[in-house]
Design a protein around this ligand. Structure first.
Ligand code: CA
Length: 233
C-alpha cells in the first residue's frame, strides 16, 4: 500500500538496536514511501542525526553506547529542531515526561502497531519542526533560544556558549535541584569521572553575570546536592 505522496521524499532516521524492530520499521516506513536510515546504537545515531538533515527521528530509549535520552539532549543542545518520536519499552509515566521535557514530540510504548506508529509519524510531520519554546523566562531573566541572547532586567548578559547552555538547563528545570553530575552530563556531555569543580566554577561565573549585579538572586545552592534556579518570593 503506497500512500501519502507528499511524504515520499521525507527522510526518517531510526535509532534502534533491536534488529527485529529496526527491520520492521525500515520495511513498513519504506513501503509507506519514506526514505529510511537505521542506526543500531546511540553514538552512530547521534552523529547521523547531527550530520544529515532528517525530517523525523524515531528514537529508542534503551540503546548501546548512549541512551535515547542522551541522544535527544545532545541533539537539542546542538540546536537541532528535528522532530523526535521516542520508543519506550516501559509504560512509565516518568519516561514520557522526561522525553517530552527533553524536547521530544511524541512517544510510543512498545510493542506498538505499525498503523499507530504511522499515524503518529504523519501527525508530527504535518506539524513541522519541533515546537520548542523560543523564549524562556523566570522573573526578569529572559533567555532567547533562537537568538542565543540572555537578558536580565533589560540588560543583555554576555554569556559563553557553555554558560548559556547551563543557564538554559537551570531554567528548563527550574525549581528542581540538579546534581553536579547531571549538570556535567547535560552541559559538558561528560559521562564518567566528571570533575565537580568544572560545574562549581561554571556556576560561580554564571552567578557573577546573572545574579551578582541584581538584588534578587535566582541561582540557589543545595548543599551536598547541587543547584537550582527559582524566583524566591
Ligand atoms: Ca533498545
Amino acid at each position: 500500500m503506497r500512500v501519502q505522496i507528499g511524504f515520499e521524499t521525507m527522510r526518517i532516521l531510526v535509532i534502534e538496536d533491536e534488529a527485529k524492530t529496526a527491520a520492521y520499521l525500515r520495511q513498513g516506513l519504506t513501503e509507506s514511501g519514506f526514505t529510511v536510515e537505521v542506526c543500531a546504537n546511540g553514538g552512530d545515531g547521534l552523529r547521523q542525526a547531527l550530520d544529515i538533515e532528517n525530517d523525523l527521528i524515531i528514537l529508542d530509549v534503551m540503546l548501546p553506547q548512549r541512551d535515547g535520552w542522551s541522544v535527544l539532549a545532545a541533539l537539542r543542545r546542538a540546536g537541532k529542531p528535528t522532530p523526535v518520536l521516542f520508543l519506550t519499552a516501559r509504560d512509565a509515566v516518568l519516561d514520557k515526561v522526561k522525553g517530552l521535557e527533553l524536547g521530544a514530540d511524541d512517544y510510543l510504548v512498545k510493542p506498538f502497531d505499525f498503523s499507530e506508529l504511522l499515524a503518529r509519524v504523519r501527525t508530527i510531520l504535518r506539524r513541522g519542526p519541533a515546537r520548542q519554546e523560543e523564549v524562556l523566562q523566570v522573573a526578569d531573566l529572559q533567555l532567547d533560544l533562537l537568538r542565543r541572547k540572555a537578558v536580565r532586567a533589560g540588560t543583555q548578559l554576555e554569556l559563553t556558549a557553555k554558560e548559556f547552555a547551563l543557564l538554559e538547563l537551570l531554567i528548563r528545570r527550574r525549581g528542581e535541584p540538579l546534581s553536579k553530575t547531571l549538570i556535567a552530563e547535560q552541559v559538558w556531555d561528560i559521562h564518567f569521572h566528571s570533575d565537580p569543580n568544572v560545574v562549581e566554577v561554571a556556576i560561580r561565573r554564571l552567578r557573577a553575570k546573572v545574579d551578582e549585579p541584581f538584588p534578587k538572586k535566582l541561582i540557589h545552592t543545595v548543599r551536598g546536592v547541587g543547584y537550582y534556579l527559582e524566583e524566591q518570593r
